[in-house]
Design a protein around this ligand. Structure first.
Ligand code: ARG
Length: 446
């Protein structure tokens, strides 16, 4: 084992090069404005930093593991390019406030990218709901058939979950939106710096108010990992439904072949691997959140090297979520509803049990009594292998004299349409929520 490289983070923090260079340029501009260094020196340094950026982007940068991290790699190369003046870049700055600022810039940018990907998926869900607005489906509780609902209502439930995710990532972004440069190693700096100027240059809306908190705070990474884990849990639930619905037992959906894989042994199989993996990968994001919380819980103020461990967790949660959002969006767009089986399932008369009880209530029976009557009716129908559809009025009236001819007007559709409260499953309510969703989706991300 090579012990020298134990402290090195360059293998993963090279991902922060853009933020690191932007932070350095803003810092140098400020140093010149405050006459801490000359404009000529600042320009030389900025030119050198831009050259380094080009080298990195054209893959010609020579990364050196023994230089530990992104900050040292860039500073070292700056010396090679511009000479001694490079030594002025780090005036009034520490790697502690530098790395925090880099990470905050990164989290801000990536939160917005994630919001765009979530919105893309939301657009697909709304489209799917709209194209199938009237398809009836059994609604489940305890994974037992409960009441008829609209398929579109089911899809719009996921729209709501993802709307909360959008909100969470926007909050994550705004909590990361604090410039910590100028905090020095922990106590501030002796130079006459202009922190507001640096913040503005970098697009931050605020500066941090306590240097000790600033260099040791990673709450914004907890926020990002937590938002990512929650969003992955939502995706995982959707994947789980897709997996169940594509099973022969349900047969509600068919996935595009692209999102299934055959078995190496059983020739008939079309496994929903993409859905399974997106369900499975939620575990990593939950793990990353646990890691980052555990990493922080015992740390005394201020900076401790442990904090270097924040990066791989953050990057992994980001990469997992962003690739999974793309996959699930493609999958949702490619799947086909098996309308025949869905219709057959939604015609299951037992789904109407609540409606029959409500019917009796409207005719004057107390709900608890009506409930008991319907329990008896369902028991009887099961015992005699008779579906409610086959019940005659006389059959019904054996259980209650309140039943009348209009009992036959209760259908899956009447059941659905009668749930016309805000947030309910009637076509009117679901169309309304689709309309509102479209307005929300048209709004600009920020
Ligand atoms: N690579 C370090 C990190 O990610 C940068 C800060 C190093 N600071 C220090 N005092 N050694 O946290």
């Amino acid at each position: 084992m090579d012990t020298e490289n134990y402290t090195s983070s360059i293998a993963f923090d090279k991902r922060l090069y853009k933020q690191d260079i932007a932070g350095s340029i803003a810092h140098v501009k400020m140093l010149a404005k405050q006459k801490i260094i000359s404009s000529k020196e600042a320009n030389q340094i900025i030119k050198g930093l831009n050259t380094i950026k080009q080298e990195i982007e054209s893959n010609s940068f020579d990364w050196q593991e023994n230089l530990e991290d992104i900050h040292m790699n860039i500073e070292n190369r700056l010396f090679e390019i511009v000479g001694k003046v490079a030594g002025k870049l780090h005036t009034g700055r520490s790697r502690n406030d530098q790395v925090s600022t880099d990470m905050r810039l990164f989290v801000k940018e990536q939160s917005i990218n994630i919001v765009s990907s979530i919105k893309k998926l939301q657009i697909s869900l709304v489209k799917l709901a709209e194209n199938n607005i009237d398809i009836e489906l059994p609604g489940y509780t305890h994974l037992q058939r409960a009441q008829p609902i609209l398929f579109s209502h089911h899809m719009m439930a996921y729209f709501e979950m993802f709307s909360r995710d959008v909100e969470r990532f926007l909050q994550t972004k705004s909590r990361a939106d604090v410039c910590t440069l100028g905090s020095g190693a922990l106590a501030g700096t002796t130079y006459n710096i202009d922190r507001e100027f640096v913040a503005k240059e970098l697009g931050f809306s605020k500066i941090s108010l306590n240097s000790m908190d600033a260099v040791s705070d990673r709450d914004f990474i907890i926020d990002f990992c937590s938002s990512a884990a929650t969003c992955m849990v939502h995706i995982s639930r959707l994947s789980e439904e897709i997996i169940i619905w594509t099973s022969k037992e349900f047969d509600f959906l068919k996935l595009n072949k692209k999102h299934t894989t055959g078995s190496s042994m059983m020739p008939q199989k079309q496994n929903p691997d993409y859905a399974e993996l997106s369900r499975g990968r939620s575990a990593r994001t939950i793990g990353n959140l646990m890691s980052i919380l555990t990493l922080l819980k015992g740390l005394p103020l201020t900076y401790n090297r442990d904090l270097q461990e924040d990066k791989e967790k953050l990057f992994d949660s980001l990469d997992t979520l962003s690739s999974t959002l793309n996959v699930i969006d493609e999958m949702v767009n490619g799947m086909k509803l098996n309308k025949k089986t869905i219709q057959k399932a939604s015609e299951d008369p037992e789904l109407l049990a609540t409606d029959i009880a409500d019917y009796l209530v409207k005719k004057g029976s107390p709900f608890r009594e009506a409930y008991k009557i319907v329990v008896e009716i369902v028991k009887y129908s099961n015992k005699n292998d008779l579906t409610l559809k086959e019940f005659s009025l006389k059959d019904y009236q054996n259980f209650s004299k309140l039943f009348d001819q209009d009992i036959f007007k209760i259908t899956a559709n009447s059941s659905i349409q009668s749930r016309d409260v805000p947030g309910g499953t009637s076509t009117k309510q679901v169309s309304n929520s689709i309309k509102k969703a479209k307005i929300i989706l048209e709004k600009n991300v920020e």
